[in-house]
Structures are given as C-alpha cells and as structure tokens.
Design a protein around this ligand. Sequence first.
Ligand SMILES: NC(=O)c1ccc[n+]([C@@H]2O[C@H](COP(=O)([O-])OP(=O)(O)OC[C@H]3O[C@@H](n4cnc5c(N)ncnc54)[C@H](O)[C@@H]3O)[C@@H](O)[C@H]2O)c1
Length: 394
Amino acid sequence: MGVAKKIRVGMVGYRFMGKAHSHAYRDLPFYFDTEVEPVLQAVAGRNEVEVKVAADKMGWASYETDWKRLIERKDIDLIDIVTPNNTHAEIAIAAAEAGKHVICEKPLAMNLEQAQRMLHAVRKNNVVHMICHNYRFAPAVQFAKKLIQEGRLGKIYHIRATYLQDWIMDPNFPLVWRLRKEVTGSGTHGDIAAHILDLARFLVGEFDEVVGMMETFIKERPIGEMTGGLNAKLEAGSKGKVDVDDTSAFLARFKSGALGVFEATRFAGGNRNGNRFEINGEKGSIRWDLENMNNLQVYLADDEPGLQGFRTINCTEEHHPFAGAYWPAGHIIGYEHTFINLMKELMNGISRGYSPNPNFEDGVRNQAVLEAVEKSVETRSWVKLEQMSLAKNY
Ligand SMILES: NC(=O)c1ccc[n+]([C@@H]2O[C@H](COP(=O)([O-])OP(=O)(O)OC[C@H]3O[C@@H](n4cnc5c(N)ncnc54)[C@H](O)[C@@H]3O)[C@@H](O)[C@H]2O)c1
C-alpha cells in the first residue's frame, strides 16, 4: 500500500456537525484505505476563544476567526461547511471560485435559487462537491438500495417515511437559529423532511408532484441560542416570533408511479430521532428505523407459505455495504459511522475527480421538492416539480 496523498480540510463552524465531521475525518484512515486521506488543517469560527478550544479538542492544527481567510489559504484543499443554512451559499460559492473542493451540510441552501447558484459555481470551477445526507450511508440503507436495484422488491408501489422528533415541545425552549426563517430558511421542513425526501430520492427515484401542509404550534418563544447537539440556552429578557414550521406533512407521486407519504415534526412526544421508512413493492417490502439503524426488516412475497413475514437482517456482515470495514458480524456501528462512510466516498471522489452522490445536484433536486411543498401549502394545491424554476439541464 502506497502513502496516501493528503487532502487538507478547512472547516467552517465547530459545534454539532463540526464534531461529527471532525470525528469522521479522524477515524476514516483507521477503517478505510483510501487513495487520499483528510488532514484536519484549520477550523474557522467567529469567537477566537471558542474556536481555539474547539480546534484543540477536535484535533485541528490551526484556526481562523474569519472563514474568508480559510478560503484564501493556499494550504487548504477542501472546504467543509457546518454552519447555519443562511451562510452555505456565500461560503460554498467563494470556496468554489477559489478552486477548493466543497462539502456542505444540508439543506444545501435557503431556497432553490441559491442552491442552483451553488451548483453552477462548483460546476464552473470544476471542483468536487458533496452534500451531507449522511443517512444514505447506514449499511442497512445501502443494503435496501441494493435489494431494490436487484429487483428483489419488484415494482415499487409505496414509500411512507417519517422523521419524528420532540426537542422543542416545551414552549419555553428558546427561539434558536433553527426557528428563525432568516437564518434557517424553513423549520422542520428543511431540517428533517429534507433527510427523508433524500432517502426517498435515493431509494425510489425522482418526485413528480407534491401536496403538503405545515403548521407552527408555538408561535412565540423566549430568545436563546444553540449550544451544541440539539441543546440550547436562554438569553435573559425578550420573546420573539417563530416564523418557520414546527411540522410539515406531504403526499407525493413519483415519476415511476409510486406514491409517497411523508411526515416530519418536532412535536411527536417520545420520539427523539424517529427517522423511519417503509417501502412496499410487488415482490416484497422493507422497513428501516434510524434508532435501530443496523437492522433492515425485509419481507419477501416468495417465501414459503407459513414462514412469510418480516425478517430482521442485522446489516453488519461483509455482504452489507461499508459494514466489512468495521467489526465482525453482529458487532454493531452507530450514527457517527454514517459520516465516516460518506467521507470515504468524498475522498474517493477527490482522488478520482468526480463528485459522488449525494452532491450539489442532489441538493438542488432536494431543495426543489422542499420548495414545491412550500408552494403547495401557499396555494393549497398540488405542485408539479416541473413547475419549479429548476433549469431544464439539472
Ligand atoms: N447531516 C445531519 O444529520 C445534520 C444534523 C444537524 C445539523 N445539520 C446541518 O448542519 C449545519 C450546522 O448545524 P449544527 O447543528 O452543527 O449547528 P450548531 O448551531 O451546532 O453549530 C453552528 C456552527 O456555526 C457557527 N456559525 C454560525 N454562524 C456563523 C457565521 N456567520 N460564520 C461562521 N460560523 C458561524 C457557530 O459558531 C457554530 O460553530 C446546518 O446546515 C444544519 O442543517 C445536519
């Protein structure tokens, strides 16, 4: 095995996703032999004291207090964007213009127009790009994809997917950036419906039309800010208006003729991170639940009568994509490994000169579905994806 070329990463932001991405870069060479390896070169944040602490704790060699400086640095090859959604477009476009490869957290942007500009910039500057829809990279989800591609489920009829959380049900939970439209774009919709619609695109295919509804249950909250993970602290004093959705639900028809039912909410008490789907085809069905992420439930209609039913496949065998890099069968993996697997794809893409899926094109298509649902809510009607201002060549 030769010595892998180093890809020097510059990461903007350093909290929840900053921790997940830092860990993935550090652990990647431990499990996978990739042609290029990430180096934690520099992290950027606005508060010098805090960014220095983060750099030391997470293993970054240096830090900057302005992301623009990170992009100017000659010793950075890849910019990783783990900041709130209103910053993604400006950082990604500047990075692409400077010839840096880019990985960006989801949702790609605040709206479809921004997302399309980001895609244009990475294409024009010929840099490698990815969006961090990490749930695709659970071995059980990859195995589901393999079964579908092999035709084991036959024609797909249905997908029903939910993403159920409950972390803002307390009316005193503060008005953090995730609840402010000018920073986040949309609420639950862009945050977690984006994930299940990405899984649907990955497993079932492209959307044709959607109709949705959204609601904001708690319309005013005390001011506060995120402190890492999904935790937050209150700031003394005033209250502010919540101007994004607390829940989003929509129906969809896919180009293949399949039907989809989607529900994303932060008001499903008792559900901490219920990212789940069930897919039904003419020859079988599959079910997956993030909170039990190593398992895939599989029903095959050609099983012997009397023995039919959902079986539980623990996707930790070498036959299951990515699983062989970790532990012996049955020795389970977790949330953080989805990021390691995604970063492995990114390193392969950089080494071989292509943008692995999900990339900014997937980000644009995702944003188009998000925006179509929003349009449908405004107009109280079905919206065709082709009605969205998605340029024909995307
Ligand atoms: N893939 C996933 O499953 C997943 C999970 C959570 C969050 N996300 C996405 O990751 C992104 C970041 O979310 P998070 O949960 O890590 O947020 P967070 O609040 O935990 O961290 C945000 C970071 O960005 C920094 N920041 C904020 N504004 C900035 C600015 N203008 N310039 C520079 N730095 C700035 C903050 O200091 C902080 O370090 C969001 O786009 C979010 O949607 C993805």
